[in-house]
Design a protein around this ligand. Structure first.
Ligand code: BGC
Length: 759
């Protein structure tokens, strides 16, 4: 239905308009009955519906309706599968229609700066390209049902400590290259109905009142058309927020901030047009939903089956020394309480009230060859001697031991960060004890973020199940017994130690969090340092093997306007069906700027029967090659050589191809007396011009006739080599032409004028 929203807004009183800009209660927006504006509800959260029923309390903590808990973002991102993310979104969109929820509060795309962030389990990746692609697909799925999404938390909300006040201090290039692109991609590709601003300050200013963030970048640059809502309680100054682009405050302010808005309009400090615009944006989204209601049923059983499929397609097999898949007839012991009580979701606003939970143990009920020993309690870090003894005994008499390890709920949650990266000591100790009596050990991990794995070299198999949703148990056994061939790959690096992480020294400051590692987040850092890691970004094993061959580019020279298609043949060389994730990285060889060694710019997941080959194609455009120039305040890629890398992980590059960019744009250059000779020689616009002066300058240091004459180098020549002369000349500012007698001050001025004229 085409509604005339402007006319609707014009019929609203000032009070009604101000009222539209904050919640009615914890989950609802206000209605205006006389104008036919319905009240609508929003609900968490990214991986399932947390819809509180009608008896919602003021704090939103009452039990929510029974629903389906899908795998958390930490796991679904490992699918590297856009279709799967869309399918997840599609299911949530239908569930939302079935339960009268107008906006699902997700996806959550903050970058995993540190493994310690308590909320990493909800977030997708350390890589912005992957996070953006996953989010866009999820949003498309939900919004296909005219249910909105709220991509969150905008922006740079990568720690929980003091999240409502700490400032994320991030330089412009890092923001643009690391912390914003997931939002940018999602907005440009999928137009989320809403964006949720984060609690934190960004470079000193609250995200909820940051005009550059909420208006200049989000709307003017990226073209966001929906409304911005605050995170729950993120508003500092309501009127400043409205002016900056924060349309809706959540939850209700009890009318206090509505009154502030009314007063600001009345005393002339807030232009009523700003308010009208916010109201119009909110109404547009309300009606997008209200005018497109679908008759849906909450198909819990079907969604449970989908949750299991998504989990199984995303779990990552980290190690397999000929031990998996398990054979039906083997005597196996499952150890660890997580086998009976899987940890499958994180704590906080995304916590789902599940209608059913499948454990791995449930799945093998009735199999006489599979026994169970609790070994340790899932929610404690106490080494229980008698539970441990029982588990060790059981491990001794079994053919293989599968230990279900993981983080207790209390170790990671929204609201606080972890203080270390270890599993509970009791679990590490038990694993070591079991290894003394059983050599065939497999560890299944239930955690929301990387953990240190001190026994990794000794066990034969490791399955990273992460937080797999309510059907996690089934997904784990599907993989363990080979019903499903694992095909997930890590969306984050597993460093050996917390201290290796680039944010180690600055993460967790209570007030000013300086992102001093800049763009070197995750694999961008570990790869640049050539640092050994436990498991690299993009890594994951399969029960089959894949060969990559025949990388070709449809053009190997491109301009800034072109899109190049990279094609690569992938063959399943093993003997069972499997899926492979092919990753495309770009390496900048131009030397024009400091860049990570390689950055993910494409990926595809492909399903292959044994022996089957498929050609995978991925597009490379100018942006794939570009970095963010703070001089241009825009993306920029220099002319020159790039490499297209095709990898099975960030550390397993299988194929390479050279790609040349001819970019007609050059970075602006303004010559002053402090511009260096090197800068001028490197720039094609000034290089030939300045060469003559380079020669003159060089001849001051090493007169050509002397070089020719001398047979033995003089003492002074030994002290000052040609290399040193060249290097010195390269870094010399133009003013040194005068210092070293190559020209007069007047000639220098003329030279600078002439150089600037050529630019
Ligand atoms: C969280 C959001 C969530 C909101 C509503 C906040 O505390 O940060 O992610 O959507 O609560 O539950």
């Amino acid at each position: 239905m085409n509604r005339d929203l402007k006319s609707l807004v014009s019929q609203m009183t000032l009070e009604e308009k101000a009222g539209m800009c904050s919640g009615l209660d914890f989950w609802h927006l206000k209605s205006v009955e006389r104008l036919g504006i319905p009240d609508v509800m929003v609900s968490d959260g990214p991986h399932g519906l947390r819809k509180q029923d009608e008896e919602a309390d003021h704090l939103g903590i009452n039990e929510s309706i029974k629903a389906v808990c899908f795998p958390a973002g930490v796991l679904s991102a490992c699918s590297f599968d856009r279709d799967l993310m869309r399918t997840l979104g599609d299911a949530l969109g239908k569930e939302a229609q079935a339960t009268n929820v107008s906006v699902v509060l997700g996806p959550a795309v903050n970058i995993k700066r540190s493994p310690l962030c308590g909320r990493n389990f909800e977030y997708y990746s350390e890589d912005p390209y992957l996070a953006g692609e996953a989010a866009a697909a999820f949003i498309e799925g939900v919004q296909a049902h005219h249910v909105g999404t709220s991509i969150k938390h905008f922006a740079a909300n990568s720690q929980e400590l003091n999240r409502m006040s700490a400032s994320s201090n991030v330089d412009e290039r890092t923001l643009r290259e690391i912390y914003l692109p997931a939002f940018e991609t999602a907005v440009k590709k999928a137009q989320p109905y809403t964006v949720m601003c984060s609690y934190n300050r960004l470079n000193g200013t609250y995200a909820s009142e940051h005009p550059w963030l909420l208006t200049d970048v989000l709307r003017k640059e990226w073209g966001f058309e929906g409304y911005v809502m605050s995170d729950w309680g993120a508003v500092d100054n309501r009127v400043d927020g409205l002016k900056a682009g924060l349309d809706l405050e959540m939850p209700s302010s009890g009318g206090a901030t509505d009154a502030e808005i009314v007063q600001a309009v009345q005393n002339g400090t807030l232009d009523e047009a700003v308010l009208d615009q916010a109201v119009e944006r909110i109404l547009r989204i309300i009606f997008l939903y209200a005018d497109n209601r679908e008759k849906q049923e909450f198909t819990m059983e079907a969604d449970h089956a989908l949750a299991r499929r998504i989990a199984a397609e995303s779990m990552v097999l980290l190690k397999n020394e000929n031990i998996l898949p398990l054979k039906e007839e083997e005597n196996i012991v499952f150890i660890g309480e997580f086998a009976a009580k899987p940890r499958f979701q994180g704590g906080g606003s995304s916590h789902i009230n599940c209608f059913r939970i499948d454990s791995a143990l449930d799945e093998v009920k009735g199999c006489n060859n599979i026994s169970y020993a609790k070994g340790f309690l899932a929610d404690s870090d106490v080494y229980d001697e008698s539970l441990a003894a029982e588990a060790i005994q059981a491990a001794k008499s079994a053919d293989k031991a599968v230990i279900f390890a993981g983080l207790p709920d209390s170790f990671e949650s929204e609201g606080y960060d972890r203080s270390h990266m270890r599993l509970p000591d009791c679990q590490n100790r038990l694993i070591e004890e079991i290894l003394k009596v059983q050599k065939d050990v497999i560890v299944v991990l239930h955690n929301g973020s990387p953990v240190e794995l001190p026994w990794a070299n000794k066990v034969k198999g490791i399955l990273e199940a992460y937080l797999g949703g309510q059907a996690a148990g089934g997904a784990v056994t599907d993989i363990l017994f080979g019903k499903i061939n694992p095909s997930g790959k890590l969306a984050e690096t597993f460093p050996y130690r917390l201290e290796d992480n680039p944010s180690y020294l600055t993460f967790g400051d209570p007030k000013e969090v300086d992102y001093t590692e800049g763009i070197y987040v995750g694999y961008r850092y570990y790869d640049a340092k050539n640092m050994p890691v436990a498991f690299p970004f993009g890594y994951g094993l399969s029960y089959t093997t894949f060969a990559y061959s025949n990388l070709r580019l449809d053009q190997d020279i491109m301009t800034e306007k072109d899109t190049v298609i990279a094609s690569v043949d992938v063959t399943n060389t093993g003997d069972r069906f499997g899926k492979e994730i092919i990753q495309l990285y770009i390496a900048d060889k131009t030397g024009a700027a400091r860049r990570p060694l390689r950055e993910l710019k494409g990926y595809e997941k492909v399903a292959l029967q044994p022996g089957e080959m498929k050609t995978v194609t991925m597009a490379i455009d100018y942006r794939s090659l570009a970095w963010y120039s703070t001089q241009l305040h825009d993306w920029y890629a220099a002319s020159g050589e790039y490499e297209v890398l095709i990898g099975a992980s960030s550390r397993d590059i299988r194929l390479r191809a050279a790609l040349r960019l001819n970019n007609s744009q050059l970075l602006p250059l303004h010559v002053t007396k402090n511009t260096t000779m090197g800068e001028l020689l490197a720039d094609p616009r000034t290089a030939s011009f300045i060469k003559e002066w380079q020669q003159k300058l060089l001849s001051v240091f090493a007169p050509p006739e002397e070089v020719e004459k001398a047979e033995e180098p003089s003492a002074s020549e030994e002290a000052v080599s040609d290399e040193m002369n060249n290097a010195m000349m390269y870094s010399m500012p133009l003013r040194n032409l005068v210092t070293f007698g190559t020209c007069t001050p007047a000639q220098l001025e003329e030279l600078i004028r002439a150089l600037n004229e050529t630019l």
